[in-house]
Ligand binder design. Structure first.
Ligand SMILES: Cc1ncc(COP(=O)(O)O)c(C=O)c1O
Length: 396
């Protein structure tokens, strides 16, 4: 068997093993989505696995914008924007994002993953150094590897270690520091004031991935700069249009010069088709809804408090989460699978995250709370987590 065949066989063996034991939870068929509820194989469950943090998926104003865009422009584009033409909708979305992120300009790409891959590999190359938090998202890691730059990583949210890495680069070398705003497995927030100070001191460019902070952090949901009162601190503001924004795509906002450069050099912009009109219109309307319906942000904040405090009071380890992403640490992979099984049997849709996605021994349920959960939804879920946790010895 070649190494390629071995790799394929090994993954198939893992999947079949989990399926046979009835603890395979991935790619679950969903036959209905309705606010805080999902339905899978006919079972109605409370959804604690959604990224629609403000509950904008299914919002009538957003859906109407998408329908009108299809009527006017159809379902696709003629190809890449730089060669086949750019719709007014694309330009309007980029202007909306730039205004929302208080930046000079923005560029949109066809996914968040691709945004990181192409942005990082366009900004740095063989002569440069790129420095990442160890818990950064896979799409950032892949962008760093693709770039060919010297790739250094610092311990998670450890500013002393970041400083050490910055000192490893030559003073005149191009340096790019990249961090997640909110970490997608742990739900904690990067120490932006210190990262920003170190970047300025060492003349490094700062890129922040706001996949999980857009619409979530900051008094009015504008993200991590608003959260820390640090407008203008980030050079490359990256985000996705697939989580709080119920569409698909990714963006970078920043100085006009940076965006012009990306629009002519980023391979995923120059060699890949434009986002379809419906998704662009939906994304644009979503930014407006976030600003017009601030009560959603207050509801989300209240729910994060209820959920985190409730879990901690019951003895669960939720690491340093302070956001809607709440890790419920279970320990061994098997414990996380069994927790997911018990919770799903009781009507809570929540998924396990196991190694290698998280360190061995830190397998968890990753539970996401959203603005559309009611206080009684949360109380009900807490009871189920508690009973499952006690049954498996995750809590005493
Ligand atoms: C931190 C982070 N960045 C980027 C992405 C990729 O975004 P998308 O799913 O929109 O491609 C994700 C998605 O899970 C993410 O969590």
């Amino acid at each position: 068997m070649s190494s390629i065949q071995k790799r394929i066989a090994e993954m198939n063996r893992r999947v079949e093993d989990l399926q046979e034991r009835g603890i395979y939870f991935y790619l679950q068929p969903l036959d209905g989505l309705n606010g805080a509820w999902v339905s899978s194989n006919g079972q109605r469950m409370l959804n604690f696995a959604s990224y629609s943090y403000l509950g904008l998926l299914g919002h009538p104003r957003i859906e109407q914008a998408a329908q009108e865009a299809i009527k006017q422009y159809g379902t696709g584009t003629h190809g890449v924007r730089i060669l086949a033409g750019s719709l007014p909708l694309h330009v309007e979305l980029e202007q909306t994002i730039a205004r929302f992120k208080k930046a000079e300009a923005a560029i949109v790409y066809s996914s968040g993953y691709v945004t990181n891959l192409t942005t990082v590999s366009t900004l740095v190359g063989r002569d440069d150094v790129v420095i990442c938090d160890k818990f950064n998202h896979a799409s950032i890691v892949d962008g760093c590897l693709l770039s060919g730059a010297r790739f250094l990583r610092f311990r998670h949210n450890d500013m002393g270690d970041l400083e050490q890495r910055l000192r490893q680069a030559a003073p005149d070398q191009g340096k790019l520091v990249i961090v997640d705003a909110v970490f997608s497995m742990d739900g904690d927030v990067i120490d932006l004031p210190e990262v920003s100070r170190l970047c300025r001191e060492h003349n490094a460019l700062l890129m922040v991935d706001e996949a999980h902070s857009l619409g979530v952090l900051g008094e009015t949901g504008h993200g991590i700069e608003e959260h820390f009162g640090m407008e203008g601190a980030i050079d490359v503001q990256m985000g996705t249009l697939s989580k709080t924004i119920p569409s698909v795509g990714g963006y970078v906002a920043g100085k006009r010069e940076l965006i012009t450069y990306l629009k002519h050099a980023a391979r995923a912009f120059v060699f890949s088709a434009a986002l379809p009109p419906a998704q662009v219109a939906a994304a644009r309307a979503s930014f407006e809804v976030i600003e017009d319906e601030p009560e959603r942000i207050s509801a989300l904040r209240r729910n994060v408090g209820l959920f985190l405090n409730g879990l901690r009071a019951r003895g669960f380890d939720t690491l340093n989460s302070e956001t809607p992403i709440v890790p419920i640490i279970c320990g061994a992979d098997e414990q996380a699978y069994q927790m997911a099984r018990l919770c799903q049997e009781e009507g809570i849709f929540v998924l396990p995250v196991v190694s290698p996605a998280v360190p061995v021994g830190a397998a968890r349920l990753r539970a996401n709370v959203t603005a559309v959960h009611t206080a009684s939804d949360i109380a009900h879920a807490l009871d189920i987590f508690e009973s499952a946790g006690k049954q498996l010895g995750v809590i005493g």
